[in-house]
Design a protein around this ligand. Structure first.
Ligand SMILES: [Zn+2]
Ligand SMILES: [Zn+2]
Length: 144
């Protein structure tokens, strides 16, 4: 009772869930796969993703998971790329390419602008000759 038992999504075996999403055996295997990938990349920094997958025997999906989780550093591996989730452009970090992230950011900022749609104050300020008051400010500061 109170046992959280389920089927491991990775190997399909029945296991009791602890903090891991997969069974202990799979956790161990994933760790081994991670070590394989990390070590391979250390020695072959110009490897591509498919090369890494073929040489280590680790499924590409799992390697992508490591990269997206930020576990497998690709900063030193210039040839490791994977497709952007949105447009398929080869990328090396995050889920989206810079273009899609930019587009998303613009979409968000547009929504924020719509919410805070007030008369623009910065526009008015730019027309005011602020430098004209500079002399007065200096007089005030120096005159003591
Ligand atoms: Zn398993
Ligand atoms: Zn994209």
């Amino acid at each position: 009772m109170g046992l959280n038992v389920g089927y491991c999504p990775r190997c399909g075996k029945l296991f009791s869930r602890s903090y891991h999403e997969v069974c202990a055996n799979c956790v161990k295997e994933i760790e081994e796969q991670y070590t394989l990938c990390r070590d391979y990349l250390k020695e072959n920094k110009y490897a591509t993703l498919s090369q890494l997958s073929e040489e280590t025997g680790v499924p590409m999906k799992q390697i992508l998971k490591f990269i997206r989780e930020g576990r497998l550093a690709t900063t030193d591996a210039p040839n490791i790329t994977y497709p952007c989730e949105s447009c398929g452009t080869p990328i090396r970090e995050h889920y989206l390419c810079p273009n899609c992230r930019d587009r998303l950011a613009k979409k968000i900022s547009r929504v924020q602008q719509d919410i805070g749609n007030k008369p623009s104050r910065s526009d008015k300020e730019s027309h005011e000759p602020a430098f004209r008051f500079k002399g007065h400010a200096q007089d005030g500061r120096e005159g003591h």
